[in-house]
Design a protein around this ligand. Structure first.
Ligand code: BMA
Length: 319
């Protein structure tokens, strides 16, 4: 028996969405961005096709738990135009950020030239406008902050590196298209549950004490990698300043569909929805195969960052 209640309570209906719920042929339903759009929850989720490439589908729900998938995918690789060159091998892992009446969608685009991140925009989840490729290769996992800081947009991103363990960076932009002032912010810690790599997960959530960043961390074992979720708190005015990174993870693969599947031992988030009652619905892909949901109390996640932080955060901003 466990000593403590888990911070993230899994929903008893998990997995809440699987390929059986999708009215077109897919192998998986996983990594999903989710927002509240009016009275509905809208989910953009990734699916593998049989050829191993990914597309993005859309599902809607009145309660954030029971989702109905639309008959057609929402975003498939561009076949012509400037984006086709970057999307040839598939589109993956969408994040949604509500900003100024728009929903900004960032997703990974794979091609023979590497993986880059694309930005698209919708107002109604019916029509979609691709805006720009916003990273070079190789980069993925971009989450936008749903605010401006001294007039600039900010994002967390995760460039690839063979030299340093893959880390979370921050970058800024005047117009969402041109990004710079990049610097590393959160690095894996040696001999720790995230020692292999970390990456941004859900769109950061505004709380009284700071922006809550739910990220993924990866641990290498003799039996492959284990993907878990962790939390960090960024300063409200200056997201480049981390107030605390929780030393412990908040979620790890435990249910059978998280432990076994397309890729074993994975919980991976692209989205979380804060609720008015102080809870947050966190969505995660289980073993890159199914979609799961759980609820946490926002304040408990924030407190974990502040009360049980890592001893040092040498890569957070100058203090
Ligand atoms: C990462 C990404 C995610 C995936 C995870 C586990 O590198 O590809 O989309 O969920 O690996 O396979």
């Amino acid at each position: 028996m466990r000593a403590k209640e888990p911070l993230v309570k899994r929903h008893k209906k998990n997995p809440i969405l699987t390929r059986d719920d999708v009215p077109y042929p897919v192998e998986t339903v996983h990594n999903a961005g989710v927002v509240k759009h009016g009275e509905r929850y809208v989910m953009l989720f990734r699916s593998h096709l049989r050829n191993g490439r990914s597309i993005i589908g859309i599902a809607e729900s009145p309660d954030g738990i029971h989702f109905k998938v639309r008959p057609e995918p929402f975003l498939t690789p561009a076949r012509e135009g400037p984006f086709a060159l970057s999307e040839e091998y598939g589109v993956e892992d969408p994040r949604i950020c509500a900003m100024d009446g728009d929903y900004l969608i960032t997703y990974s685009a794979y091609s023979r030239h590497g993986v880059r991140v694309a930005l698209a925009r919708t107002r109604d989840f019916v029509t979609l406008e691709r805006v720009a490729m916003i990273t070079q290769a190789d980069s993925r996992n971009v989450v936008l902050f749903p605010a401006r800081f001294q007039g600039r947009y900010a994002r967390l991103d995760r460039p690839h590196s063979e030299i340093s363990p893959w880390s979370i960076w921050i970058s800024y932009s005047p117009d969402l298209i041109h990004w710079g002032d990049s610097r590393v912010l959160l690095k894996p810690e040696a001999y720790h549950w995230d020692e292999m790599k970390v990456g941004p997960g859900a769109t950061p959530i505004r709380t009284d004490k700071g922006w809550l960043n739910i990220f993924h961390g990866v641990f290498r074992t003799m039996d492959g990698a284990i993907y878990r979720l962790g939390v960090a708190l960024h300063d409200l005015e200056d997201p480049g300043r981390i107030r605390g990174i929780a030393d412990d993870w908040i979620l790890q693969p435990e249910d059978p569909w998280e432990v076994t599947g397309y890729v074993h031992n994975v919980v991976f988030t692209c989205g979380a929805v804060p609720e008015e009652d102080g809870t947050v619905k966190i969505y995660w892909g289980g073993a890159d195969t199914v979609l799961c949901m759980g609820t946490a109390v926002l304040e408990e996640l924030v407190d974990l960052c502040l009360a049980n932080p890592r001893p040092e955060t040498p890569f957070s901003a100058e203090k």
